[in-house]
Design a protein around this ligand. Structure first.
Ligand code: F6R
Length: 243
């Protein structure tokens, strides 16, 4: 596990985007595992800039997103499909048919989750971008006694609903369930990059880095078992980690 501590959010986004740009240049048909949320926005902005100014080519790139709220279709401004279209896909030359975000309105959600895992097996994710919840979650794999291995329907914790309410008109509008990749689905990625920025991530990052253990109470700590993980944090997110 490599850890990069960057001065601030901009520097974190610079480093993450540089890694992704190199990967895309070296493999035209790269399969990207993507996350939503605030953290990767700066990274996505830099990918758009590289596309516009240097012609970074996404025409053969595929993407597979981590999660989506149950009950929201892609036209809902709070949905992750809407987010990805607006924050990244609409601004680069990726084929929309090559972009995959779980369908929160799928009729048979159980079957849908199985099919989503099959999609991951079929394409194989080259590099997975992750954010981290203030409670240590990755994707919507929430802290608890047990962690789902495969893509499944996750029930969101109160803290996650509160954290994500900023993307909705009110807290009550935040769905309490989501389709989310499981630990094994994420572990199939060849490389993983976890991004964390700001004071409210400091405790979660410290719980991962301050000791030599893993815990289902801190789902992101399981990443210590993956052979190729890069953690990029800014100084605030690193502020509770012992040096
Ligand atoms: C989003 C996702 C979540 C977020 C996490 C951090 O697709 O899977 O795990 O990465 O909740 O969100 P932000 O970046 O908004 O703090």
């Amino acid at each position: 596990m490599r850890v990069f501590v960057e001065k601030d959010y901009d520097a974190l986004s610079d480093r993450a985007s540089r890694i992704l740009i190199e990967e895309i240049k070296s493999k035209k048909d790269l399969v990207l595992g993507l996350a939503t949320g605030s953290t990767p926005i700066g990274t996505y902005e830099r990918l758009i800039k590289a596309h516009r100014e240097e012609g970074l080519d996404f025409s053969q790139v595929k993407s597979i997103n981590l999660d989506e709220y149950v009950g929201l279709d892609g036209n809902h401004p709070g949905s992750y499909r809407y987010f990805m279209d607006n924050v990244l896909f609409n601004h680069i030359n990726i084929c929309k048919s090559n972009t995959h975000v779980p369908d929160g309105t799928a009729e048979n959600l159980e079957e849908y989750c199985k099919a989503y895992d099959s999609l991951i097996d079929k394409y194989g994710i080259d590099i997975q971008i992750l954010g981290i919840g203030s409670n240590g979650h990755i994707a919507f794999i929430e802290p608890g006694e047990e962690l789902s291995l495969h893509t499944s329907i996750a029930r969101l914790k109160e803290s996650t609903i509160n954290d994500n309410a900023r993307f909705f008109n009110s807290r009550e509008e935040v769905p309490d369930k989501a389709i989310s990749l499981g630990i094994l689905s994420i572990f199939k990625a060849k490389k993983i990059i976890l991004l964390a920025s700001g004071k409210n991530k400091a405790s979660a990052i410290a719980k991962i880095l301050n000791n030599d253990t893993i815990s289902t109470k801190v789902p992101a700590s399981i990443l210590k078992l993956h052979p190729d993980v890069t953690i990029i944090v800014d100084e605030e997110a690193y502020s509770e980690t012992k040096i």
